[in-house]
Design a protein around this ligand. Structure first.
Ligand SMILES: [Zn+2]
Length: 238
């Protein structure tokens, strides 16, 4: 009897896993990144994955958080550590999500940590710096296996989709990723440690930082760059 129960439980777990839209979304994001799929086909699949992710979150009764509950993405840091002046590091310059690893522009904010010797350990706390999820949502893409010779620009990265704001959050250059595709996160959850992974981030001339990009679905469902600077100013600090 107990053996039968065990089999039933494993089957249920398998079923739930195959139903988790984060897994197929992660697969799509990797193919877009590596330009293994045409833009038209990618948009079709993207639209489908967004719909099944929203459906999943609704059916699983995953809690919605509004932007007043958002958390600043680096533990122990604040807006003072954002690169540029008043968010001037954010440059769209033709960025298109469907260009993958070959995209143009920098529609993102880089947030720098105190790391003069570039060992990814905070010079003041002597600890790695935790990357926190800004919003609630579901992990729809991760890369954990970046190596020094890779031409991946994002290094070890995380994509999270928040169905309540319709924003995709991208956290790049981490030293270590702590979540998996399909995981549900809430604001303030530890998702990674700040690192130097990625083609340019690995270079000596690049100070250690988190690359934070947000894409918001427009009214046709296409992910377009969205500057989150104004929200960053108001986020809760941990
Ligand atoms: Zn950047």
């Amino acid at each position: 009897m107990s053996k039968l129960l065990l089999i039933l439980f494993s089957l249920a777990a398998l079923f739930q896993n195959s139903n988790n839209p984060g897994i197929s979304f992660d697969n799509l994001i990797t193919r877009i990144r590596d330009q293994k799929i045409s833009k038209a086909e990618a948009l079709k699949e993207f639209t489908k994955d967004i719909a099944s992710t929203e459906d999943y979150c609704f059916k699983q009764k995953i809690k919605n958080y509004n932007s007043q509950e958002w958390v600043f993405p680096l533990k122990g840091y604040s807006v003072r550590s954002i690169g540029g002046k008043n968010g001037s590091g954010y440059v769209v310059n033709g960025y298109n999500f469907f260009d993958g690893n070959k995209h143009t522009g920098h529609p993102a904010h880089d947030i720098f940590i105190n790391d003069r010797n570039q060992d990814c350990i905070d010079d003041k706390t002597k600890m790695p710096v935790e990357v926190l999820s800004i919003s609630g949502g579901i992990v729809i893409g991760v890369e954990k296996s970046w190596e020094e010779k890779s031409d991946l620009r994002g290094g070890r990265y995380i994509w999270i989709y928040d169905p309540s704001s319709k924003v995709l959050f991208y956290y790049a250059h981490n030293s270590e990723v702590k979540v998996n595709a399909g995981d549900v996160v809430k604001p303030g959850d530890v998702i990674a440690f700040v690192g130097r992974t990625g083609l340019n981030a690995f270079n000596k001339r690049s100070p250690t930082h988190l690359h934070l990009m947000c894409l918001r679905l427009d009214n046709t469902g296409i992910p377009v760059p969205y500057s989150i600077y104004k929200e960053l100013l108001k986020m809760k600090k941990k």
